[in-house]
Design a binder for this molecule. Structure first.
Ligand SMILES: C[S@@+](CC[C@H](N)C(=O)[O-])C[C@H]1O[C@@H](n2cnc3c(N)ncnc32)[C@H](O)[C@@H]1O
Length: 256
């Protein structure tokens, strides 16, 4: 994802329309409340809010200034800092866990894993999370989706444009990962998202290919979609997929 700022409405739609994460995501690695957690690519703070309610210190790295403004506004107490997964602005061995939600596919896997291993304390956890499309919206939104068909990108999942295909990082097959991390655990969690019609329109508005349309095309499209969504609420049947592991507790630092 580019770190150039998107139009303002995109950030609002992202926060309003995109799904959050089940609470179990935060529990899997059995971290102590006194833990320091680092979140990479924190976005508007969807997972960050859960982390700050659970851990003593949360550092959220996010390269996009528009996302960081929302992080600051919506996550009191978080340390929101500019940076990337490939260049984490922290010292060695300072965090107990690293969380990444819906973003690992944007990273240079090998460089990011080496950075994650550098900042984690030995035995520290790495938790990587995605929401994956897992069925159709209920009730049907075919009448509204039909309006999007002419601009729907060929390579995007239908009807929900999320990670419906190859979502898993190839990072774990890298020699560095095999040396540095324990065996990967994988967990799948149901994560239904209930939204009203405006929330559903925001979800589609959070797709770059809608958000970047000129206003004179986007606004009538969004208005027409809204008028075809007549139910009080809609359920989007996400599945949250989590891969998590720990940094090996070896002697001395890893050769990188
Ligand atoms: C789909 S959003 C996910 C945001 C948030 N984690 C969530 O679950 O809603 C992807 C995020 O990755 C960030 N990002 C893209 N490349 C990155 C990189 N190399 N390092 C850190 N963050 C990156 C983007 O700025 C964006 O906020």
């Amino acid at each position: 994802m580019a770190t150039d700022e998107m139009p303002d409405h995109w950030y609002d739609d992202y926060e309003r329309g995109r799904p959050g994460y089940p609470e179990q995501v935060v529990d899997l690695a059995e971290l102590a409340p006194s833990a320091t957690a680092l979140e990479l690519a924190a976005g508007t703070g969807k997972l960050t809010r859960q982390l700050i309610s659970r851990f003593a210190r949360v550092v959220a790295v996010e390269p996009d200034p528009g996302m960081r403004r929302r992080l600051d506004a919506g996550c009191p107490g978080v340390e929101a800092v500019d940076g990337t997964a490939e260049r984490i602005p922290l010292a060695d061995d300072v965090v107990d866990a690293v969380f990444v939600a819906q973003a690992f596919h944007w990273f240079d896997n090998e460089v990011a894993l080496a950075e994650i291993a550098r900042v984690l304390r030995p035995g520290g956890a790495l938790v990587v999370v995605w929401n994956v499309a897992n069925g159709s919206v209920v009730p049907s939104i075919a009448a509204a989706e039909e309006l999007l068909a002419p601009i729907w990108p060929q390579d995007s999942g239908f009807p929900l444009d999320m990670m419906s295909g190859d979502w898993a990082p190839t990072a774990w097959n890298l020699p560095f990962a095999e040396r540095a991390f324990e065996q990967i655990h994988e967990v799948r969690l149901a994560n239904p998202q209930t939204v009203d019609a405006q929330g559903l329109v925001a979800y589609f508005g959070s797709m770059g290919w809608v958000a970047n349309l000129p206003d004179e095309e986007r606004q009538p499209l969004v208005g027409a979609m809204r008028s075809r969504l007549t139910a009080a609420e809609y359920v989007l049947p996400w599945q949250t997929r989590v891969q998590w592991t720990r940094l090996l507790n070896g002697t001395g630092r890893l050769a990188r």
